[in-house]
Design a protein around this ligand. Structure first.
Ligand code: ADP
Ligand code: MG
Length: 528
């Protein structure tokens, strides 16, 4: 299909300006198809995957229809969650930036209802809310429905999954019949078709199943990590997802070399690929990867150009790519030839901004995931080992082994259960130490700019004075006393601020420190 420009859709100049400012160049397929019908006033069912621009697909025609001079409520957008309501409201505000006098309000549970009521009284044109809270306001008669001409159900499948069916039906029943009903959803299960049959009029069905970017069959996740934890997080993901072949991207050649070593040390079959390698070395590495001898290929963007291996199951962005285009190229290495793939990105601190830009550029959603704990890794290994045990018991003759064990147990003072447990433990391999990544970085400790605030579990009750803390930090970590910032001593605990660049040294250096003869516990402070 040829690219449809927004200028082909007959939109007002205010919307055109907003769309331009938002950096949209062409309309996405769902937008190109759904906007014209909605402008005609027809009911629409739109189905497209996440990240395909559905918000603007209903937002633009809605804004074209709302009359800013009419201060009554004219449209309701229902969203499954508070987060989505906020997101949609934000996008709507951007789209309406150059239209004067259009007022939107998001209402959702958990927010002060009297504040919402006050907001609603001030002449809101479009309400964006969760079904529960919208119902609540309807009951209180703080939402006047008589002039509502458009109702939009966003992420309808999700709303049904969350048990909002009854609320939605009540809302749809109470809104004037002479209205436009728009429904957007990523999937179209039966209950949704029931709703459309009951509440829509000759709805135009628009289905965009064709993938828009080549990355739609790739699950994309990101993890918030600290630089020193990246190797550990990568290992855990490799252990849990067990991709047959994976590609790991680093931004520098040096990092490629370091990571390959670190992975090899941990027992993975990893090789590196970067521009400093001779052609013969490259060929050897690539052959190993193609034939599955090397299961993990660590590479820079440039070196990975032209890698054409079909069954890469996972791509890791060990470093976030500097360029959005690279992201598409990188993750496009998986999910090939109709297969599905997974892409994992590591995000450190402010790199989240970069990630947002990437999402925008790719019109895709990258979902935050929790770093799996060591327990998850162990569970995964356990399942695998026990499966193998099952197979061995079923397929092989174990007579001779049983004999050995019987003799062993007879001689010793333990049971077969003890033996089995010991074997199980051995088969899980060496346990890794749980170095739980400090979940929050040094960013939000309530300290002055450039400083990090720490909590210490000693205070006046232990006769602690600021000088004692200063002395301990200087002594244990070697940083100059005058670099240490504010020290606040309370009855049972104290706070101390140190420059961010020394925060790590202080955190680890103080681990075994004693003050006034007492072992102290140091933690990153929580912002109050
Ligand atoms: P969906 O609701 O289908 O999951 P969104 O409406 O949330 O998708 O859009 C995903 C991202 O794509 C948003 O950041 C949005 O601003 C952006 N976007 C939407 N339409 C376009 C477009 N035509 N061109 C570029 N980016 C777009
Ligand atoms: Mg959406």
């Amino acid at each position: 299909m040829e690219d449809i420009k927004f200028s082909d859709l007959g939109l007002s100049s205010q919307i055109m300006r907003a769309v331009e400012e938002m950096g949209f160049q062409t309309a996405s397929p769902i937008q190109a198809q759904a906007i014209p019908y909605q402008l005609e006033g027809l009911d629409v069912i739109g189905q497209a995957q996440t990240g395909t621009g559905k918000t603007a697909a209903f937002g633009i025609p809605l804004l074209e229809k709302v009359d800013p001079k009419n201060k009554n409520l004219q449209a309701i957008i229902l969203c499954p969650t508070r987060e989505l309501a906020i997101q949609v409201a934000e996008e709507m505000r951007k789209l309406a930036k150059f239209m004067h006098g259009i007022k939107t309000l998001s209402i959702y549970g958990g927010q002060d209802i009297t504040k919402q009521i006050r907001g609603l009284k001030s002449g809101v044109n479009i309400v964006i809310g969760t079904p529960g809270r919208v119902m609540d306001h309807m009951r209180r008669r703080t939402l006047k429905l008589d002039q509502v001409h458009t109702i939009i159900l966003d992420e309808a499948d999700e709303m049904l999954n969350m048990g909002f069916r009854e609320d939605i039906e009540t809302i749809l029943t109470d809104i004037p019949k002479d209205r436009q009903t728009i429904l957007f959803s990523a999937t179209m299960p039966r209950p949704i078709m029931d709703i459309t049959k009951k509440f829509q009029k000759n709805a135009k069905v628009i289905k965009v199943v064709k993938k828009e970017l080549t990355v739609s069959n790739i699950d994309q996740y990101y993890f918030e990590v600290r630089p020193k934890n990246k190797d550990e997080v990568l290992s855990r993901l490799l252990d849990i997802y067990e991709p047959k072949l994976s590609l790991v991207f680093c931004n520098t050649k040096r990092k490629v070399d370091e990571l390959v070593l670190a992975l090899q040390e941990r027992g993975y079959f990893a090789e590196g690929l970067h521009g400093d390698l001779k052609q013969s070395q490259r060929d050897r590495v690539m052959n190993g990867f193609r034939h599955g001898k090397t299961s993990i290929l660590v590479a820079t963007d440039v070196a990975a150009r032209g890698i054409d291996v079909d069954d890469v199951e996972a791509v890791f962005n060990y470093d976030i790519p500097q360029d959005e285009e690279y992201y598409v190229h990188r993750i496009g290495r998986t999910g090939r030839a109709g297969r599905t793939g997974q892409a994992f990105s590591f995000v450190v601190g402010r790199e989240i901004i970069k990630l947002r830009e990437i999402q925008k550029y790719c019109k895709t959603k990258i979902e935050l995931k929790k770093v799996p704990g060591l327990k998850d890794v162990t569970n995964k290994k356990l399942t695998k080992v026990l499966d193998q045990v099952d197979n061995k018991i079923q397929d092989e003759n174990l007579e001779a082994m049983i004999q050995i064990l019987e003799n062993q147990v007879e001689d010793k003072d333990y049971s077969i259960m003890d033996v089995a447990a010991a074997f199980l433990k051995m088969s899980l391999g060496e346990e890794r130490e749980e170095k739980e990544p400090v979940s929050r970085g040094f960013e939000q400790t309530g300290a002055k700019d450039g400083m990090v605030r720490f909590f210490l579990n000693i205070g006046r009750k232990q006769n602690t004075k600021p000088g004692d803390i200063l002395g301990a930090i200087a002594g244990e970590t070697g940083i100059k006393g005058k670099l240490v910032g504010a020290i606040d001593v309370y009855d049972k605990y104290s706070f101390v601020e140190v420059p961010k660049e020394y925060a790590k040294d202080v955190l680890y250096g103080m681990e075994n420190a004693k003050i006034k003869g007492k072992s102290v516990n140091i933690e990153i402070a929580n912002r109050k």
